[in-house]
Design a protein around this ligand. Structure first.
Ligand code: GRF
Length: 195
């Protein structure tokens, strides 16, 4: 029983998760990084951390189903039991959702349901909110719509810009995500009922 992390970007959350997973008392290892973007920084981090990676470029496939089927066959071969999305910039389709129902979680840099989708930090700054934050949630078919597991607020200070607000949000993410995942894999978080 093990975990795969899906990421498309720089991979700072991936790294925080892998480091946490190597501490004592962490019950399920992170065995695989799945990445959809050639050249993404997360691939280099995986190599440095000694985590095997699977790079699957969706452009090589005629459909999302075929793309996800390719990933799914590797996940099955590796005995992967849960999927953690950490800056994976794609909607999960029916192939993976059906295989991993309520066994996929995501982190999003806002207090959902505010500012779903891309550029949540920019959306928060444009709107002028005084508080934004971080949400960890189960993944369903929608865009950042699944049942919420945990949230933590982050204050937007006078003079904050995209860079400074992103830094504050990421500092929270790197602490909150490993803590929530540990609760989840330790059986302290219940699957959503009746959805
Ligand atoms: C994070 O802010 C996460 O909330 C969002 O994408 C970003 C990924 O950053 N889904 P990183 O690649 O982990 O540095």
């Amino acid at each position: 029983m093990s975990i795969a992390v899906f990421a498309s970007g720089s991979g700072s959350n991936f790294q925080a998760l892998v480091e946490a997973s190597r501490s004592k008392g962490w019950p399920e290892p992170i065995r695989l990084l799945v990445c959809d973007r050639p050249g993404a920084g997360v691939l280099e981090r995986a190599e440095k951390l000694g985590v095997p990676s699977l790079l699957v470029d969706p452009k090589r496939f005629a459909s999302k189903d075929e793309y996800e089927a390719e990933i799914l066959s590797r996940l099955r071969r590796e005995g992967i039991r849960r999927l953690i999305l950490a800056g994976y910039m794609r909607l999960i389709g029916p192939t993976l959702l059906d295989a991993y129902r309520w066994r996929i979680v995501n982190i999003h840099p806002s207090l959902l349901p505010a500012f779903p989708g891309k550029d949540a930090v920019g959306q928060a700054l444009d709107y002028g909110v005084k508080w934004t934050g971080v949400t960890v949630h189960f993944v369903d078919e929608g865009m950042d719509t699944g049942p919420i597991i945990a949230q933590e607020p982050v204050r937007v200070d006078e003079g904050d810009d995209r860079a400074s607000l992103t830094r504050k949000i990421q500092a929270v993410e790197h602490r909150l995500y490993p803590a929530v995942i540990l609760d989840w894999i330790s059986g302290r978080i219940k699957e959503p009922a009746g959805r």
